[in-house]
Design a protein around this ligand. Structure first.
Ligand code: GLA
Length: 383
């Protein structure tokens, strides 16, 4: 089991900034997330129960040029070096599209977003389905809003981050990742209603441990499959004459003639219900009940929505047989990356040892982290 050393990204970003340049004016951090239950529901106006992880992306930032026209300089050990000049903004590496998108969309909103230098560091495993991109967007948006003297609500920040994905990066993702990164409350998961956009802090009982399990597998062409699933859900809703599958009932499903769309819709309808019942189970301290719903969620994502992956299925099966496991499922977009388990606190050490020992998929070695629900993004003067 790897210890989670919170805050090293923050320290590294500040130290690197001082080593390269001078004193940063602003420190902005935003966490990655794990979703406990409710996947592929956000873009159907549904429910989800994510929590922020004790892993941050941190940006140390200073204004170094004209805020309307100046160059943006990024130095990042994890990502690389970059200059955003305004003339060739489309010609940047994949990770930097998220930053270019933040700059362009803020400018389009009339907020000066250029003329800065920053170091960026992250503790979030990248490409693992823990929303490192959303954290980067949220941290960058907050840094620039702070400089402009603006104080947006978490949902406003999240919506801009989602627009970066949808309009600049070209992925039709929902609001979940950016919203929990911007709006999480320490010690709580957040019940997210993706129609009303409420985010209700939901305590996780203290006798439960949340274990994030990285299969060490990574997604290939997941964007295409994601957009395909989203289209299926939109078609099914149209077929039922509804705005979104959020409004569909189990009885409605029989009216969806396309067999694949019907299964996709069945996942969304049953998953929304599972989220709401899971929140009740957590509130009642019924961890076994919550864990059972997590297991059902995985099975539905695997069989009806078909977004699990072989490594994910292996680690979920291994976890379910490990000491103290109450439930285990894939988390997030799926296909590869991380799964999550709900484990009784007393057994967490035995659980992690057993999963690490027995996980065996195609030569991959698992990594496990026991994670407390952590605080959402923050921004201010560096210490
Ligand atoms: C990705 C997307 C989210 C959400 C999840 C699945 O993480 O960015 O909006 O759709 O997949 O729940």
């Amino acid at each position: 089991m790897e210890p989670v050393v919170q805050g090293t990204a923050i320290r590294r970003a500040i130290d690197t900034f001082r080593g390269l340049w001078d004193e940063p004016d602003v420190l902005s951090r935003a966490p990655g997330r794990v979703n406990l239950i409710g996947d592929h529901t956000d873009y159907s106006d549904g429910f989800a129960l994510p929590m922020a992880l004790p892993f941050d992306t941190a940006i140390a930032f200073a204004t170094t040029g004209d805020t309307g026209t100046g160059v943006v300089r990024i130095h990042s050990v994890g990502f690389g070096e970059l200059e955003i000049t305004g003339s060739d903004d489309d010609d940047v590496p994949g990770w930097a599209r998220h930053l270019v998108g933040v700059v362009e969309l803020l400018e389009a909103d009339g907020i000066a977003a250029r003329g800065w230098s920053a170091t960026i560091e992250t503790d979030i495993p990248t490409g693992a389905g823990l929303s490192s991109s959303a954290a980067l967007e949220v941290a960058a948006i907050n840094a620039l809003l702070h400089r402009a003297g603006l104080d947006w609500s978490p949902i406003e920040v999240a919506r801009l981050g989602q627009r970066v994905e949808n309009e600049v990066v070209g992925l039709q993702s929902g609001i979940m990742d950016q919203y929990i990164s911007a709006g999480a409350v320490e010690g709580h998961a957040g019940l997210m209603d993706c129609r009303t956009l409420s985010l209700t802090p939901t305590p996780i009982p203290s006798d439960a441990a949340i274990v994030v399990m990285d299969t060490d597998t990574r997604r290939v062409l997941a964007d295409v499959a994601y957009d395909d699933r989203r289209s299926s859900c939109e078609r099914a809703a149209r077929r039922l004459g509804l705005d979104a599958l959020r409004d569909a009932t189990f009885a409605d499903l029989a009216r969806i003639t396309d067999e694949t769309d019907r299964r996709r819709a069945r996942h969304v309808v049953t998953e929304n219900e599972r989220v709401l019942v899971a929140v009740e189970r957590f509130a009642a301290g019924d961890l076994a009940g919550a864990g059972t719903l997590m297991n059902l969620s995985h099975d539905s994502l695997r069989d009806d929505f078909e977004v699990s992956g072989p490594g994910l299925d292996v680690i979920v099966d291994v976890a379910r047989d490990a000491p103290g496991c109450l439930g285990a499922r894939m988390t997030g977009g799926g296909f590869a990356g991380c799964a999550v388990a709900l484990v009784g606190c007393d057994d967490v050490e035995a659980f992690t040892v057993d999963v690490l020992d027995r996980y065996d998929f195609d030569g991959h070695t698992a990594r496990l982290w026991v994670c407390e629900p952590s605080a959402g993004a923050s921004v201010g003067r560096p210490e």
